[in-house]
Write a protein that binds this ligand. Structure first.
Ligand code: F6P
Length: 524
């Protein structure tokens, strides 16, 4: 079968599908759980409550073959140019690969470089935890303020919260991302400058938010400790070493970031330095090991049993054949509250595109609108919509098998709620004739990912799972998931408007923006 006939077959099945509720598919397909659930490293993926059947899955697998999905992942692992608009490799897998696995980018051996960077990070983090990194007054640096935004912040912030139980007791980690000064002010509030380290993380070292916050932090250090303070109290992570040094950060204190890693895939690199130092010894390495285990799974398992790739195919089906344009992420763990924000960037910045790698409109959707919040809170916010709303929104339920709070009552109640929601969405419930508002149609799809534990290993595997699933959807749609040209225009317009606000300059502006400039520049 060629691509056109597979696509036609899938469209046909999608319309026929409207007749077969998910629940009925379990009766039709007695082995449904076997082919739609996968024990992967660190997590169990149950895709059986998605609205696909054996036939549609078979066609999706054929389409993956035609589109050389596995071949793309092999090319990515080999460090070939897969980021076509920027002529780069996407070698985030190298950052977590075991030390003895040779890795390349664009034909160059990068293993030694990666190992050196990892060693440098580990040395710094160990010394920091041991109290051997000292400031201008000789006191040990104990509070880290991590300044960065997007891929330079979301991952470390998510994991600092998620791995709270693995934190190094003597260390404190704070974050500032927003251009609104409130965040950096709050982060600095109550910190002792003598014991504070500022980590500035920016791949480009040109990001408006990060530079504004870094300047404020630098001024704070200088005000309290004198002009030599930045040399001892600031480090940077960037692929733009010169800009970091120009900012006043000592060359030795600039950790490198390679151009073959994209911002939203960079958590595994020196971008994680603050996190590594704030976690117990070995935790960051366990995170890398979990991600690497998922990488092995993705590269060595046939697509039909491959958790991220199979899930990617199902999400591709949801967007393009079932025409579902939203997806919600609901982790049933309070410590995973930031997972939806992290995945919003990963999925929407990677795949929120409609021009294909061939420069033509892709005509397919690789990213639905992503939103989410932690369960059970989300049940009291947007679940009304999920159960009875006008549009069907597939859900990712993420649960944690092990009770780390040592509170079995709570733990079972949380997981019971998660299972209840996925079941209720699938099964629905009828209503009496006089109460149509109590009708639940059901037949609403979801995935359940059950993590072994809220451990560094399982979380590494989970984030790697989502990275691969995201890339898989892009490949199926013929998009490049590794660039983000869509964020550029707004940045340029903002630069122009910042000047205009200062001078109340409305020349050439549309009437709406002109009126707003006047109001902001001269508040009444
Ligand atoms: O939002 C655009 C973006 O370039 C993201 O891709 C990136 O994660 C973020 O800004 C931060 O960029 P940088 O690390 O260069 O400061």
């Amino acid at each position: 079968m060629n691509e056109t006939s597979i696509m036609a077959g899938l469209s046909d099945l999608a319309s026929a599908h409207k007749l077969r509720p998910i629940k009925a598919l379990f009766d039709d397909e007695p082995n449904r759980l076997q082919f739609l659930s996968i024990q992967a490293p660190g997590l169990y993926a149950d895709l059986s409550k998605q609205k696909v059947d054996e036939k549609s899955l078979a066609l999706l697998l054929q389409l993956a073959k035609v589109k050389n999905l596995s071949g793309f992942f092999t090319a990515m692992a080999e460090g070939k140019i897969v980021n076509l608009t920027e002529n780069r490799a996407a070698q985030h897998m190298a950052l977590r690969a075991p030390a003895d696995l040779p890795m390349q980018a664009l034909g160059q051996d990068i293993s030694a470089d990666v190992q050196n960077q990892r060693r440098k990070m580990r040395r710094f983090a160990d010394q920091m935890r041991e109290g051997n990194i000292t400031g201008t007054t000789g006191r040990a640096l104990r509070t880290i303020i991590h300044i960065g935004i997007g891929g330079s912040e979301l991952g470390p912030r998510l994991l600092a919260q998620a791995l709270y139980r693995h934190r190094a007791p003597a260390m404190e980690l704070r974050f500032a991302a927003n251009l609104d000064a409130a965040e950096i002010n709050d982060a600095l509030q109550g910190c002792d400058p003598e014991t504070t380290l500022i980590t500035v993380v920016s791949k480009t070292f040109t990001t408006r938010e990060t530079l504004a916050n870094a300047k404020m932090a630098r001024a704070w250090l200088v005000q309290h400790l004198g002009k030599d303070a930045p040399a001892k109290h600031m480090i940077a992570v960037s692929s733009n070493r010169a800009a970091g040094q120009k900012f006043g950060i000592k060359s030795d204190n600039v950790f490198a970031l390679n151009d073959w890693v994209g911002g939203r895939f960079s958590l595994w690199s020196a971008v994680g330095i603050s996190l590594m130092a704030a976690l117990q010894e070995g935790a960051f390495e366990d995170l890398l090991a979990g991600a690497a285990a998922m990488d092995r799974h993705v590269l060595q398992t046939p697509v039909a049993q491959n958790a991220p790739l199979l899930s990617g195919l199902i999400q591709y089906w949801n967007c393009n054949f079932a025409h579902l344009q939203g997806r919600t992420i609901v982790p049933y763990a309070a410590r995973l509250a930031l997972l939806p924000s992290y995945l919003q960037q990963l999925i929407m910045e990677s795949n929120g595109k409609n021009i294909g790698v061939d420069g033509k409109p892709a005509g397919q959707t690789a990213s639905p609108v992503i939103f989410g919040a932690e369960g059970t809170n989300a049940q009291h916010a947007f679940f009304q919509y999920l159960h009875q709303g006008p549009a069907i929104v597939p859900v990712d339920f993420i649960g944690v098998g092990q009770d780390q709070e040592n509170n079995p009552g709570h733990h079972h109640a949380v997981l019971a709620n998660m299972l209840a929601q996925s079941r209720a969405l699938m099964c629905g419930a009828g209503a009496k004739a006089d109460a149509p508002h109590k009708m639940f149609e059901g037949n609403r799809p979801s995935t359940t990912l059950l993590l072994d534990a809220l451990s560094p290993f399982s979380l590494g595997a989970l984030l790697s799972f989502y990275e691969h699933e995201t890339v898989a959807q892009a490949v199926m749609c013929g998009l490049n998931p590794f660039d983000q040209w869509g964020v550029e225009l707004g940045k340029h317009v903002a630069f122009d408007l910042e000047n205009r606000l200062e001078n109340a300059d409305t020349k050439g502006m549309d009437p709406s923006t002109a009126a707003l400039i006047k109001k902001i520049a001269k508040p009444s």
